[in-house]
Design a protein around this ligand. Structure first.
Ligand code: GTP
Ligand code: MG
Ligand code: ZN
Length: 304
């Protein structure tokens, strides 16, 4: 069977890169059986095995999806307090979480949710602070330097001039990566700057008739001439709270890890419990109030 990499997936159809061109595939029926969400069965970044149709070699059937090393899934509020998981991309070497320094305003609560989702699956994550041209260097650093202090690499970029794009391209070289973040922060613009000719859909600001028309609708992996693949993805407005195995949320906050195990109660949720080492670290200024606030909101199931 031929091997391939899923570049694009839409309404049960898959575009798969093989050593001999892109093959347009459908999924073998038995793969779908017993799955609740067929959409999550094969996503971009998945390594697959396929057979080509004899009568039409550009067409094929997905026979197998190889085990994933990781996957980035967005979680949206669903009915009855449940969330709906929507796997966006699999097998990431690095995830770039993109926010704007100017507009739309950087939302630290949402950034923290992106980081937690990446940490949950141990995906190496880096932050891109785009649109540095819209603010002063001091303002940009006020928002993002705390994350660099936590150990997250931060790329300061301007996709249009461009600034900081060479370093981003160097990090993407030879890797399978993805940009994620809210709509309008410049994810597609960044990819066009990294790879001239990529032609990711960029939203036009002028002309009300076309407003929102060029927003990214479908996640898609693009080849890079420096080697590797990068996925552009549609903007994510919110990330619902998520159920986690007991105790694992604090593990997703790197600054909390050194304090774990020092609480009075072994099953401390680091909320209102007496003798909590995490809260003591917040009071001592070792963990920021803002990050602890994000922790509590996610833990308590608040939606933002
Ligand atoms: N000033 C400035 N504007 C930028 C920069 N990057 C992107 N833009 C503009 O921001 C708008 C949105 O850019 P997109 O690249 O479409 O944003 P996106 O994150 O891909 O948005 P979605 O596809 O909707 O998720 C466009 O008008 C871009 O020209 C930047 O670094 N500086
Ligand atoms: Mg886009
Ligand atoms: Zn505690």
């Amino acid at each position: 069977m031929e091997r391939g990499l899923i570049l694009r997936s839409q309404s049960g159809q898959y575009w798969v890169q093989t050593d001999h061109g892109v093959v347009h595939c459908r999924m073998r029926g038995r793969l779908k059986r017993g799955r609740r969400a067929v959409t999550d069965l094969a996503v971009i970044g998945d390594r697959v095995r396929l057979t080509r149709l004899e009568e039409e070699p550009g067409e094929g059937i997905l026979e197998e999806v190889e085990e994933r090393t990781n996957r980035f899934a967005r979680r949206q509020p669903g009915s009855r307090g449940r969330y709906k998981e929507d796997v966006l991309v699999a097998n990431l070497d690095v995830l770039f979480v993109v926010f704007a320094c100017g507009s739309p305003p950087m939302n630290p609560r949402l950034l923290d949710r992106f980081l937690v989702l990446a940490e949950l699956d141990r995906i190496p994550v880096e932050i891109v602070a785009n649109k540095v041209d819209q603010v002063s260097r001091d303002e940009a650093e006020a928002a993002f330097a705390p994350y660099a202090a936590l150990g997250y690499p931060v790329h300061y970029t301007d996709a249009l001039t461009p600034v900081g794009v060479d370093a981003l391209r160097a990090r993407m070289a030879g890797a399978l990566s993805s940009v994620v973040g809210p709509s309008g922060v410049g994810k597609s613009s960044l990819l066009n700057a990294v790879e001239p000719g990529l032609e990711a859909a960029v939203r036009e600001i002028s002309g009300t008739l076309h407003k929102g028309r060029h927003t990214t609708r479908v996640a898609e992996l693009h080849p890079l001439s420096v080697g590797g693949w990068v996925a552009d993805t549609p903007g994510i407005r919110e990330l619902a709270s998520f159920e986690l195995p007991e105790g694992s949320l604090a593990e997703c906050f790197p600054e909390m890890r050194p304090h774990l195990g020092a609480c009075r109660f072994a099953d401390c949720a680091h909320d209102a419990e007496p003798g909590c080492a995490i809260r003591a670290a917040v009071e001592a200024g070792e963990i920021s109030e803002a990050r602890y606030d994000s922790y509590l909101r996610i833990r308590r199931g608040e939606e933002r």
